[in-house]
Write a protein that binds this ligand. Structure first.
Ligand code: AMP
Ligand code: TRP
Length: 322
């Protein structure tokens, strides 16, 4: 039996290089090795998006993005989370075995609360729903960026607690976080994130690439001054798309002194050739939305089979199947 992989991305807008190198690329690279459930976390997106048209558009867009990035629907169960309502039932059950102080320790909750005191209950409960996503299909591994590490730890704790109360039921999942890409920096050097407005879109047009790269923050070193590439944001982004040989060459250029304008031009050129084939592949799916919807339906049907079986086991264990 192949091991099970589960992960999802929220449909909250344009995917960026951070999403790709932190998560999406791993989904694609691992799809031959693992039995995979990859989904669109639309229930999770409701914590921030409450406009019908926006949510609908984002869902279809991210499905298109997944396919353009190379997810093969014949190998992966690709679906939208809300087509498996069992996860919300499991989330309720997990709510009842989890304490408030435990959830209050979540970074995502603390950050949201620091920004806005009027956060919704969904933001607080977010890790519980995520635990349901992961535990019901019995995930062995969960590929994610570093910002999701704590959520997978919370998931493991919930699984352990359930198993302790009701007997062995859930597998303990492990995160897969790649060290080199665990936190991809944005054009201002902070974590690349839509909410910081510092992204390079994964399917950027040539003009968008130029604009984003030209705005990458630099210091005031003179062009011919030697530079430590690891301290330069242009390089930190560039190295994501370089092979070993190219990387060595570029590092050498920084060390012997390269002007930031030239470094940016090189990055623009390489990003354009990296993104172009994916953008072209995306066109195909943009023009075939009915196919995309059929893929999501089929994926949901397959995922639902295993998940509802597990849900039955849970109902049994907690005393709801008479
Ligand atoms: P989200 O858009 O928050 O649903 O994120 C989807 C996935 O992308 C998660 O696995 C995140 O950890 C990952 N991710 C988001 N931003 C970054 C980043 N800047 N670097 C690495 N991974 C990221
Ligand atoms: N919380 C994740 C994020 O913001 C998205 C997500 C929801 C997820 N459910 C999941 C990721 C289950 C992995 C497994 O990126």
């Amino acid at each position: 039996m192949r091991k099970k992989l589960v992960s999802g991305i929220k449909p909250t807008g344009t995917l960026h290089l951070g999403n790709y190198f932190g998560a999406l690329k791993q989904f694609v690279d691992l799809q031959n090795e693992y039995d995979s459930n990859i989904f669109i976390a639309d229930f999770h997106a409701l914590t921030t998006i409450q406009e019908k048209e926006v949510l609908e558009k984002n869902i279809i867009n991210i499905a298109t993005d997944y396919l353009a990035a190379g997810i093969d629907p014949n190998k992966v169960n690709l679906f939208k989370q809300s087509d498996i309502p069992e996860v919300t039932q499991a989330a309720w059950i997990f709510n009842c075995i989890t304490t408030m102080p435990f959830l209050m320790r979540a970074h995502s909750f603390k950050d949201a609360e620091a920004k806005d005191k009027e956060i919704n209950v969904g933001v607080f409960d977010y890790p519980i729903l995520m635990a349901a996503d992961i535990l019901l299909p019995s995930a062995d591994v969960v590929p994610v960026g570093k910002d999701q590490k704590q959520h997978v730890e919370i998931t493991r704790d919930i699984a352990e607690k359930f198993n302790r109360i009701y007997g062995e039921t859930f597998k303990l999942p492990k995160p897969i976080i790649l060290e080199e890409t665990e936190t991809v920096p944005g054009i201002d050097g902070r974590k690349m994130s839509k909410s910081y407005g510092n992204i390079i879109p994964l399917f950027a047009t040539d003009e968008e690439i130029e604009k984003a790269v030209m705005s990458i923050r630099t210091d005031s070193k003179a062009p011919d001054e030697p530079k430590n590439p690891d301290e330069v944001i242009i390089y930190q982004i560039h190295k994501l798309i370089l092979n070993e040989e190219e990387d060595k060459k570029i590092r050498g250029r920084y060390e012997s002194g390269i002007g930031y304008k030239e470094a940016k031009d090189l990055l623009i050129k390489d990003l354009k050739s990296f993104i172009k084939p994916m953008r072209e592949k995306r066109e195909y799916w943009v023009n075939n939305p009915q196919k995309v919807k059929r893929i999501l339906k089929k994926g949901a049907k397959k995922a639902k089979k295993e998940i509802s079986k597990k849900m039955d086991e849970v109902r049994n264990k907690i005393g709801m199947n008479l």
